[in-house]
Structures are given as structure tokens and as C-alpha cells.
Design a protein around this ligand. Structure first.
Ligand code: CDP
Length: 241
């Protein structure tokens, strides 16, 4: 069956979701938009969508090949992907290998301090509440996920970290931290959704120490697409894409 784009389901901060003629599949269009401070600062950035989408595609395919189930189904264009429809859990899962961002401001530690063992945090996904930090008992009490699902998410998040850390290391990039979102398929399986791009991870060039991610925009320190282009080029060369 040829996939046809349907109505807009929702427009987020950096992506627009469309229905398709297959109820199990969604059409994701990445947008040339960057936001910081939970959407309070916004900018239109030409070419950004092509970078976030293509980097996401490569990383999802890489994880799929490593045996980790993700929602990614097929490339549609430089800025669009076909994904499995998921019932998203209202949780953000953050893994940190080094201290940065909020971890530094919250705990008053040095930026880039090694975190050993690494840190896994949950946040409640709510723009209105500014995505507050959440612990496991809060998730269980509010029935956002059950114990079995939480254990599975944590196990898979750590596996994803091992795979991505090793991949980025091979292209001279340090994976500092990143955010994941999970959702449930119609069959009840909990798998990785959302996106995997420098919008949702901190990446540092090992030779120059430069940020190659959204920190360039957050800190107003230059052209974000120069960093994203570096990440895409190195991933394409490494993964033979
Ligand atoms: O990035 P920020 O300092 O606001 O928060 P953080 O908790 O230090 O972010 C940890 C990692 O999760 C970074 O790589 C962020 O880009 C990512 N993140 C995200 O993608 N979406 C959020 N709503 C919060 C964090």
C-alpha cells in the first residue's frame, strides 16, 4: 500500500505529525525551528530540519540494527520520516555521562565532571509545569507507568547509551547527555520514539572541545547548523550512508 499523508495531528516545538492512510503509521516532518527555555526563545533556522531528521534516521537505523526496537520505519525525504504510531508515556528519560546543563546548576558541580556510574533521570513531560523532575515512586503513584515498564525503560536506555557512546567515540565525539521518550505500540510493546538528534543530546568535539548540539543556540554562541552538519557528515562517513 502506498503511504499517503493525512491530516496534521499536532505541531510541536520542532516537528509536525501527520496521520497517514495506515492507522499504525505517522508521518513526521521536522521543522526549521529551534527553541530554548521551554519554548520561550524561538528562531527559524534554515536547513535545521534536514539535519535533525537525517541524524535521527541514521541513529534509529543504527539502534534497530543493534537489536533495539524503535518507532522508525522508513525515510520519506531529507526532512520527513515514517514512524510507528505510539501511545507516548508522558516521561522524558535523561542519561548523563558527564555533568552539564541543569545537572551543573542543580548540584553545583564542575561542568563535564565524569559521572560514574552514569546518571538516569525521569522528568514529567508537561510544558505547563516546565517538565518537573520525577522519581520512580512518583511515576508509580500517578500510574504513569508500572514497575515492569520502568525497569524495561531503564534497561533499554542504558543499552542505548552504550551503543551511542561507542558510536560517537568512533567519530571523535563525546556523548555528554541525552533525552529519550518511549511509547507503547498497539501490541503493547514499549519502544523508543521521538527523535535522536543534537536537539536532544549534548555532543562535544573531542579534538576542539566545541559543542556540536543545541547548546550553540542556547548559549547564542554561533551557527547551530555548523555543529549539526559536522555530526551528520561524520555519522554518514562512519555508517556508510
Ligand atoms: O538542557 P537543559 O540544561 O535544559 O536540561 P538538562 O536536564 O541538563 O538536559 C539533559 C539533556 O536532555 C540535554 O542533552 C538536553 O538537550 C536534553 N533535553 C531535551 O532534549 N529535552 C528536554 N525537555 C530537556 C532536556
Amino acid at each position: 500500500m502506498a503511504i499517503e499523508q493525512g491530516d496534521v495531528i499536532t505541531t510541536g516545538k520542532a516537528k509536525r505529525l501527520y496521520a497517514t492512510n495506515d492507522p499504525e503509521l505517522l508521518w513526521v516532518q521536522h521543522l526549521n525551528q529551534a527553541t530554548a527555555l521551554n519554548g520561550k526563545r524561538k528562531a527559524e533556522i534554515p536547513e535545521k530540519a534536514a539535519y535533525t531528521n537525517q541524524i535521527s534516521q541514521l541513529l534509529f537505523e543504527f539502534l534497530n540494527q543493534a537489536g533495539i526496537a524503535t518507532h522508525f520505519v522508513q525515510r520519506l525525504s531529507k526532512t520527513e520520516s515514517l514512524v510507528q504510531r505510539l501511545e507516548m508515556l508522558p516521561l522524558e528519560v535523561v542519561i548523563r555521562n558527564y555533568a552539564s546543563g541543569h545537572f551543573v546548576s542543580r548540584f553545583g558541580v564542575e561542568n563535564m565532571q565524569v559521572l560514574e556510574p552514569n546518571v538516569l533521570e525521569f522528568y514529567f513531560k508537561s510544558d505547563a509545569l516546565d517538565d518537573p523532575f520525577m522519581n520512580e515512586s512518583q511515576i508509580l503513584a500517578l500510574r504513569l507507568a508500572d514497575t515492569e515498564t520502568l525497569v524495561q525503560i531503564q534497561t533499554v536506555a542504558h543499552q542505548i547509551n552504550q551503543h551511542l557512546k561507542a558510536l560517537f567515540d568512533e567519530i571523535d565525539i563525546t556523548l555528554v547527555d541525552f533525552k529519550l521518550e518511549f511509547g507503547r505500540t498497539d501490541a503493547g510493546q514499549v519502544i523508543l520514539g521521538d527523535e535522536l538528534s543534537p536537539d536532544n543530546m549534548r555532543l562535544v568535539d573531542q579534538s576542539t572541545g566545541a559543542s556540536l548540539d543545541k547548546d550553540i543556540f542556547r548559549q547564542n554562541s554561533g551557527d547551530l547548523t555548523i555543529g549539526y552538519a559536522q555530526v551528520l557528515q561524520r555519522l554518514q562517513a562512519k555508517l556508510g550512508a
